[in-house]
Ligand binder design. Sequence first.
Ligand code: BDP
Length: 327
Amino acid sequence: MKHTFTMRGALVGACMAVAAAPAAAEELRGWNIHVEDYPLSIAMESFAEEIAEKTNGEYTLQVFHNGVLGSQPDAIEQVRLGVLDIGGFTLGQMGTSIPETNVVSLPFIFSSIPQMYELMDGEVGEAIGEGMKARGIVPLGWYDAGARSFYNSVRPINTPADVEGLKIRVMNNNLFVDMVESMDGNATPMAFAEVYQSIQTGVVDGAENNPPSYESTSHFEVANYYSLTEHLIIPECLCMSVAAWDKLTPEQQDIFKEAGRNSANLQRELWQAREAASMEVVQAGGTVVNTIADKGPFQAAMTPVYEGFLAENPELTDLVNMIRNAE
Ligand code: BDP
């Protein structure tokens, strides 16, 4: 990876030396963890096409799919520092450096996906976006990532007691460790790329994710109980580094903003279709899906997670309440 950055530095230096002419084309680099036919991947490619076309080629974006540019926590830091220009990130992994984003990582904070859209497209999204900008990231569009549910190779989960003793992989964020531990499960933070093998070899019993990720990673092959707890509705983001953003002219910033909105609209449409298709694929592959008759006990089990979070982040109480009190 180091090698790539050094090479890039050398290339940029060389170009600057030769190209005295203004408006030399700028090639941005984009990070993405997903496979190429994933809704977010297609939406990032469409953003790339739109900015290239509307800036007349002054800006192009190469998106590197499949996580080849490294893990998500590293990529988030690189976008913050301006080493990478763009990322298709989940807000679920930004909490360490951007506390405001953690508000949407609280279990059951949104009551539904339409409510999440409405709030992210309004004041709540703006408040989170301000927190992100203050720490180096400009959000250009909010993507849908559905709801995350637990899956494992041991048993279906119907009540919080069923989680007891299960070893569950979570994303890198203490909130998710607390979430699993508040149901007496064992949480293991781990990189996305390592989960398949870890389930297969019994390092963990399962994980939690939305249907498209459960399917696209083939995790359903090694953990065939998928229980629709839908405990996390975490939006994702087309994110640009402030360093790259500040180099744009106001006209170019407008182009990027509009392309971001269009990309989000496309992604949200594609998401609906992919979710349904993924559910069919996993069920055809032998997954046993169960719905949860009453999510109340799961919600009640999350009380310590909220208490701990608000005690550590009292300044975020208003934002949390803005979401909890929303219709
Ligand atoms: C997927 C997100 C991706 C995360 C992954 C994970 O789209 O950004 O890296 O979950 O669980 O749903 O790590």
